[in-house]
Design a protein around this ligand. Structure first.
Ligand code: K7E
Ligand code: CUA
Length: 765
């Protein structure tokens, strides 16, 4: 027994004094050799050098990409294109316990529609919160097209905090887009339908009974949540609303929304009518909706909205009468609408037109002011003449979809879906500057902070829908292809292909990494989904299990490498609620929790409190265990749920435990404890010899290690008391427990030491 456990000590000692360091064995190959062997060109190496982020170094930008049909958000770095995280949003995500613990189930429950759980989402457009038109790195929003919803993520912990369901739409698309100070989050409808919930009208009544709309979700930054009550919508005709954007600078206070079936065509190929795709692109133009949202807010506050499904809706006639809603013809079947960084121009890309149309906000305002309208639509909305609103049109290529901006003035990039190209062009002079082929059909594209008032340039990502032959084949369903492009020079250069295997990411946003300030731990006892302290958290020593009727409530703790309690006893049919708190303070010391075969899982990051609930509806013995390899003794981090048959009584008294250990075992353990203490002392010596207090991460580790060591006196007293009674079993086991605390402290100490060495800590006297 004792020889068996000595090994880790030896390893620890070796690591502590730096004996285990591997020697660096560089191969003798030269760069030229590698180029030849791998068939790489100079150009390839240049591209590689531009994307390679050396081990231990970090990316300059962080991308939040839609996870498409996965209903998640994908986080990756630029320029390395390394995936950093998948965040569960509309879809349960097991690793993070999202949808498997009670707190996160509450978030998902907020996204229920008509009482039904929606466990997937069709995510399209992420948006980062803005302050004065710049990304502030605090919140992320993303929409669900299929089940019209918006989710709020807090970027302090990269978790989903809220899902709100659009009360009047049956589908949406033009969201999420934020106003320049994130007062509102926009969500435009897509396919028109009756606004009243669960109400049927035949398709023939589309013109009268079907509606589109634009929803303005009020965001409460202090709470970090959407305020549903203060949110509202502007009713729109059953033109199929599409992408939207918020005004900025001079156009601040306005929003712009495309549409693509202003024909209001009703299909019915079954009845011999031409299909939707023909009927919806018959006219030469559709309408850009121009809405004064700031004034709409005032009108709603003044009681001019009606209430539909408990939601404030400003009717079309009111919007027209109050002069907040206008239409501008735009070339047919447009898709993206993107306001320039200076807020002066609105660039519309039409899928079926080879041009992009550049509209002038100033001209639009002048026409409105002069009351110069060419006509009214069937709903009485004034239509501004296209010529009166247009600044210019520029021919770019086939299938222009979306536009993003460069840090250099007047430079825009537009995706060309049919051509599978990115067009770089000058929207001031109206000329094409460069074109680059991508692989293959491109939807959105994204430059760094490219939809803000101050884009950062440098890189562009083409979000290609079809990868076709770019990657090793993985069956008929291919990954998507995000291609990284260098835009710092006149000519665009393709750098890297990244397969994205988690759904079709429609849009992505990239923020300077330095703007993100995520936490490394929670305040002990935090319910991360509400941001409040859980009423059910306990600290070490306060753990408690209570049973009332058939309800068992456990308030437990986790810290390397131990669950308290270690045993949960129940009878078949008991309802079990576990409130678990991770007491760790060290960075990245996450524990997982599951009870085998009960379909529950939780991820407990340092400080977090999570609730797991289930019915112990079957007799048996079920291990619960930690699912993150958290320490050398991770596998020992377990306990048993004992589910006894109803009325079960022990039939015979437990066998008297037989002595297992001897005095020699006890002495050997004490020796091991002394050896480990020597390692700890040397590590402590190193840490205190440098300016460790200048490194908050190290300070946290030191505190955590001190905590562990602080538990030793109690265990030591127990060991010595048992030894005095010659109870070598108890004495040895308590001595082993001392060693457990030491191992955890040493583990932290070594990690702190490595950290200090790698971060050039300085010697102090
Ligand atoms: Cu073009 Cu939903 Cu913005 Cu797809 S969307 S590409
Ligand atoms: Cu905790 Cu593994």
């Amino acid at each position: 027994m004792s020889t068996f456990v000595v090994k880790p000590t030896v390893l620890l000692v070796a690591a502590g004094i730096g004996l285990g360091a591997a020697s660096t064995a560089w191969s003798a190959e030269s760069l030229q050799d590698v180029l030849k062997r791998r068939g790489l060109s100079q150009q390839d190496v240049l591209a590689a050098a531009k994307t390679y982020v050396p081990t231990g170094k970090r990316d300059e930008f962080v991308v939040f990409s839609s996870g498409g049909q996965s209903g998640q958000v994908i986080v990756y770095g630029i320029p390395s294109m390394r995936i950093l995280k998948y965040i569960g949003v509309f879809t349960p995500e097991p690793w993070q316990g999202y949808g498997f613990d009670e707190e996160s189930k509450m978030v998902l429950r907020g996204g229920r529609i008509d009482g039904r759980d929606m466990t997937w989402g069709d995510t399209h457009h992420p948006a980062i919160s803005e302050t004065n038109g710049q990304y502030d790195g605090q919140f992320l929003f993303i929409n669900d097209k299929a089940n019209p919803r918006i989710a709020v993520l807090d970027l302090r912990d990269f978790e989903t905090k809220q899902i709100v369901v659009n009360p009047i739409y049956k589908s949406e698309h033009g969201g999420a887009f934020v106003t320049t100070n994130t007062e509102y989050v926009f969500e435009a409808a897509q396919y028109p339908a009756p606004l009243e919930n669960q109400k049927f009208y035949p398709l023939e009544e589309m013109n009268d009974k079907y509606r589109g709309g634009m929803t303005y979700w009020k965001f409460d930054r202090k709470e970090g949540r959407i305020n549903v009550k203060e949110s509202f919508s502007v009713e729109l005709p059953p033109y199929w609303q599409d992408l939207s954007d918020a005004g900025k600078g001079p156009s601040e206070g306005w929003s712009f929304t495309n549409s693509f079936c202003s024909e209001r065509y009703v299909g019915g190929i079954e009845k011999g009518r031409p299909p939707y795709e023909a009927g919806c692109s018959a006219k030469d133009t559709d309408y850009l909706h121009v809405i004064n949202w700031k004034k709409a807010v005032e009108l709603v506050a003044a009681g001019k909205a009606k209430t539909i499904n408990n939601h404030k809706v400003l009717p079309i006639d009111v919007a027209v009468k109050e002069g907040i809603l206008f239409l501008v013809p735009e070339p047919k079947s447009p898709h993206g609408v993107d306001v320039t960084p200076d807020g002066k121009l609105i660039i519309v890309a039409g899928k079926l037109d080879t041009h992009v149309s550049v509209f002038s906000f100033e001209k639009i305002m002048a026409a409105i002011k002069a009351g110069k309208f060419e006509s009214k639509d069937p709903y009485g909305i004034p239509i501004i003449g296209m010529k009166d609103a247009l600044d210019k049109q520029v021919q770019l290529g086939l299938g222009p979809l979306h536009t993003q901006y460069d840090s250099k003035p007047c430079i825009a990039y537009t995706s060309l879906y049919v051509d599978s190209q990115v067009a770089k062009w000058d929207y001031c002079q109206g000329k094409v500057l460069d074109k680059l082929s991508v692989h293959y059909n491109i939807g959105h594209l994204m430059t760094m902070e490219g939809d803000t008032v101050s884009p950062k340039g440098r890189y562009l990502v083409a979000l290609n829908k079809l990868a076709i032959d770019r990657f090793v084949p993985v069956g008929p369903l291919h990954p998507q292809n995000h291609q990284l492009i260098d835009i710092s020079n006149d000519k665009m250069q393709l750098l890297y292909d990244m397969p994205l295997p988690l759904g079709e990411p429609h849009y992505a946003v990239a923020i300077e990494a330095a703007k993100l300030k995520p936490a490394v731990r929670y305040k002990v006892g935090t319910d991360s989904r509400t941001g409040l302290l859980s009423p059910d958290y306990v600290r070490a020593g306060e753990e408690v299990t209570t049973k009332t009727g058939n309800k068992i409530v456990v308030k437990g703790t986790l810290i390397r490498s131990h669950f308290t309690p270690e045993t949960i006893e129940a009878e078949v049919g008991d309802e079990i609620t576990l409130h678990l708190t991770n007491l760790e303070r060290a960075q990245d010391e996450t524990h997982g929790f599951t009870v085998s075969t009960y379909n529950v899982h939780a991820s407990l990051e340092p400080g977090k409190t999570v609730t797991v609930k289930f019915k112990a509806d079957k007799e048996g013995v079920y291990p619960y265990y930690c699912t993150e390899f958290c320490s050398a003794l991770h596998l020992e981090m377990m306990g048993y749920l004992l589910v006894k048959p109803k009325g079960w009584k022990p039939t015979k008294t437990a066998a008297v435990a037989q002595a297992v250990y001897t005095e020699a075992d006890y002495k050997a353990t004490l020796k091991k404890v002394a050896d480990t203490q020597a390692v700890i002392d040397s590590v402590v010596g190193f840490i205190t010899s440098v300016n460790y207090k200048d490194f908050p991460d190290v300070v946290a580790m030191v505190e955590d290690a001190t905590d562990q060591l602080g538990k030793i006196p109690e265990a030591k007293a127990k060991a010595e008391a048992a030894a005095a009674k010659k109870d070598w079993d108890q004495a040895n086991l308590w001595a082993e427990q001392i060693w457990q605390y030491q191992v955890k402290a040493a583990d932290l100490g070594l990690r702190a030491k490595t950290y200090l060495e790698q971060n050039n800590a300085k010697k102090v006297q």
